[in-house]
Write a protein that binds this ligand. Structure first.
Ligand SMILES: [Zn+2]
Length: 206
């Protein structure tokens, strides 16, 4: 791509670093901004900078939050004895939108994936195990995507919890194998939480 301006080229290069955005799309977005009032670019840049600089991870569930303890963990109407284990904030958003779950979450920050160099210690598994061993939690619902990495992660956590009397379950697999949670429709996802099955059962069938 031949640019008539170094400034244009730099802007396009930066925008095209984003996943799913090629050079052509980046050029279209940048030229769009140029046609808008300059306040729009300022607001975009400011929102991104503020997000990056001020965002926190909830000290309890590790969800993305504006404050030290996220809104869900801070809500006393939620049931702290049941925790839904998810990969990232997108899963929390997907499950919240079903309005079928009134417990709390634990955000792992990924899945165990030796291929990508992600081991158990790169995730928030230790703090989850600690939370369970403190004794408040009665049930964990594993809601990771049903991929090999998701299953490996579930099993690792399950093994870590041996000797505790916490109940473990997985969301019912109405969701096809390999589907990412965030893409499941709300009704299917809501139903799969209600119809969750004991984790031991999922071990027998797989
Ligand atoms: Zn939280």
């Amino acid at each position: 791509m031949e640019f008539s301006s170094k400034l244009l080229e730099n802007a396009v290069n930066e925008v095209s670093m984003l996943p799913g955005i090629g050079k052509r799309t980046a050029l279209r977005l940048v030229l769009h901004l140029l046609r808008q009032p300059d306040t729009q670019t300022e607001q975009l840049a400011e929102a991104l900078m503020k997000f990056r600089n001020e965002i926190k991870l909830c000290q309890s569930c590790h969800n993305i939050s504006d404050v030290a303890l996220c809104e869900i963990c801070a809500n006393t109407n939620r049931d702290g004895t049941i925790i839904c284990v998810v990969e990232d904030v997108r899963d929390v958003m997907a499950i919240e939108s079903t309005a079928q779950f009134r417990g709390l979450y634990h955000v792992l920050g990924g899945k165990i994936s030796p291929m990508d160099g992600i081991g158990p210690h790169d995730l928030t598994i230790e703090s989850l195990v600690r939370k369970v061993k403190e004794g408040e939690v009665k049930e964990l619902i594993f809601a990771l995507s049903s991929t090999i990495e998701g299953d490996t992660t579930n099993f690792y956590i399950y093994k870590q919890l041996e000797g505790t009397d916490v109940k473990t379950s997985t969301i019912a697999r109405g969701i096809a194998v390999g589907d990412e949670l965030e893409y499941a429709d709300e009704v299917t996802l809501g139903r799969s939480i209600i119809n969750r099955v004991p984790f031991e059962n999922s071990l027998k069938t797989s």
